[in-house]
Design a protein around this ligand. Structure first.
Ligand code: 5GP
Ligand code: MG
Length: 185
């Protein structure tokens, strides 16, 4: 048996552009409702969150919310598996001390990335930290964390598109698709 894996990109989207848009409009209403005229700092976790975050802040704008925006670059994945080792590859530029922060990530899987990032931002003395993810895979959780705002709860499948990659590819897809990994003998 060789170590080769072949991948199969499922033709049917898991979530279409329209489904993502409709759900995001609802999520932004929830976020807007919970904000009591405080000024928000939105921190995206690169790289997977870039497309979700761009659409999210445009919807916040429509709701008259004009946050400060920054990113951290946290990584743990290689291929379809988490390496378990988290790295802060790039720090924020903004000072979050005494600020209300919304952390944005593409997907909540084992929970390690969001927990690591949330703890990091709390250490930086943010006044309040909430979390928002487009996708949640609750069955994969290994550390106890949930997001305050969740777009869609999904089964344990490997998703790509709308910012999410497989080995650097598929981030540009405007919808979410599923990849099956097939072991080749
Ligand atoms: P966690 O630390 O919760 O295990 O993983 C979170 C990160 O793993 C996400 O920000 C994302 O980058 C990556 N990840 C988890 N599940 C998937 C998936 O199904 N597809 C892709 N492309 N990335 C995933
Ligand atoms: Mg990510």
């Amino acid at each position: 048996m060789t170590e080769n894996n072949s991948i199969n990109f499922q033709r049917e989207p898991l979530l279409t552009e329209t489904e993502i848009k409709v759900r995001m409009a609802e999520m932004v209403l929830e976020i807007a409702r919970d904000l009591q005229h405080e000024e928000l700092t939105v921190i995206g976790i690169l790289r997977g969150s870039f497309m979700f975050m761009a659409d999210l802040v445009r919807l916040l704008y429509v709701n008259d919310i004009h946050p400060l925006i920054d990113f951290v670059f946290v990584t743990s994945y290689e291929g379809t598996e988490s390496t378990g080792h988290l790295n802060l590859l790039r720090d924020m530029s903004l000072d979050v001390k005494d600020r209300k922060v919304l952390i944005v990530d593409d997907i909540l899987d084992t929970g390690r990335t969001l927990k690591f990032t949330k703890e990091y931002i709390i250490e930086r003395e943010a006044m309040e930290v909430s979390t928002c993810v487009l996708l949640d895979k609750p069955s994969r959780r290994t550390v106890p964390i949930n997001a305050d705002y969740v777009g869609f709860s999904i089964n344990d499948v490997f998703v790509v598109g709308y910012g999410l990659d497989y080995n650097g590819r598929y981030r540009d897809l405007p919808y979410l698709g599923v990849i099956d990994c097939v072991e080749v003998e």
